[in-house]
Design a protein around this ligand. Structure first.
Ligand SMILES: NC(=O)c1ccc[n+]([C@@H]2O[C@H](COP(=O)([O-])OP(=O)(O)OC[C@H]3O[C@@H](n4cnc5c(N)ncnc54)[C@H](OP(=O)(O)O)[C@@H]3O)[C@@H](O)[C@H]2O)c1
Length: 263
């Protein structure tokens, strides 16, 4: 079991939702934090909440759709001369449009933020990770990273791709442990910022999202799994059954997935 007391974590998507809740949970365990996201005010809000637990918290805005913005963030983190013990690669954006209704530019944007952003960031820490005794990497994927789901072609693709990259990396380096967090439906604003085919925000709170698992409960389960170096952790409610149905009863998965509301 890893003890994060006095250590440092970098949390992407730390401004809201699952990332902010994981940051708060880590701060309760005495873990110092670098938080990054798009929203400055939200980052400051999370910082304040975490600081009440007596840890050091640094925030910096970073847009994962822009490599130079990731470069600036990495430079900021490295300027503090502390090793990052845990990377929480969590920033992400969803989708609400069918394949042929989604512009290619929108497909690329989703892959850029969800997949290439995470890969680009982790490679920027090559020297530090290769030479460290141990580094934990938590990757927030999704149930939609285990199988296909309507209105999520590029979102699913980006989450599948994260599995491929980071599972391979986990196998390659003995001093790295990767935990895949696999949320089902968690009550956050993820549907609001989801992209329509033309790249505009969907802007609605989906029913499925609203009825999802409480985000603090999700974060508690996530941090416990990371500490235990679990390879995969499903987090959610009854929707998690779909992971088992997809694996063991694939025909039933097709029937159900066509009928479950994707919103
Ligand atoms: N909620 C669910 O049911 C669910 C299910 C499966 C997987 N997930 C995954 O969980 C992760 C966190 O999502 P959430 O549910 O917590 O939703 P959320 O509250 O919308 O959080 C998404 C986070 O990603 C950040 N982000 C979005 N676009 C970005 C960009 N271009 N550059 C940098 N950061 C960006 C957001 O920053 P700002 O808030 O500052 O814009 C926010 O901190 C995502 O990877 C999502 O795919 C969520």
């Amino acid at each position: 079991m890893i003890n994060f007391n006095g250590k440092y974590a970098l949390v992407t998507g730390g401004s809201s939702g699952i990332g902010a809740a994981i940051a708060k949970q880590l701060s309760k365990e005495g873990c110092n934090l670098f938080l990054t996201g798009l929203g400055k005010d939200q980052l400051e809000e999370t910082k304040k909440a975490c600081e009440t637990n007596g840890v050091k918290v640094y925030t910096i805005e970073s847009n994962f759709a822009d490599y130079s913005s990731i470069d600036n963030m990495v430079e900021f983190v490295k300027s503090h001369n502390v090793g990052i013990d845990l990377f929480v690669l969590n920033a992400g954006i969803s989708q609400r449009a069918k394949a042929f209704d989604t512009d290619f530019a929108t497909d690329q944007k989703i892959m850029q933020i969800n997949y290439w952003g995470a890969v680009y960031l982790i490679k920027k820490f090559r020297e530090e990770i290769v030479n460290a005794k141990h580094t934990s990497i938590s990757v927030t994927t999704s149930l939609a990273g285990l199988f296909g789901f309507p209105l999520r072609t590029s979102y699913c693709s980006s989450k599948h791709a994260l599995f491929g990259f980071f599972e391979s990396m986990d196998l390659e380096y003995d001093n790295v442990s990767v935990t895949f967090l696999i949320p089902g439906r968690i009550n956050t604003n993820i549907s609001k910022s989801a992209l329509l085919g033309n790249g505009e925000s969907y802007g609605k709170m989906d029913q499925g999202q609203a009825k999802g698992l409480n985000v603090d409960k999700a974060a508690k389960r996530a941090v416990k799994a990371i500490k235990k170096k679990k390879h995969r952790k499903l987090i959610g409610k009854y929707e998690l059954l779909m992971a088992h149905i997809n694996r063991y009863l694939p025909r039933l998965y097709y029937v159900l997935s066509k009928h479950i509301s994707p919103t």
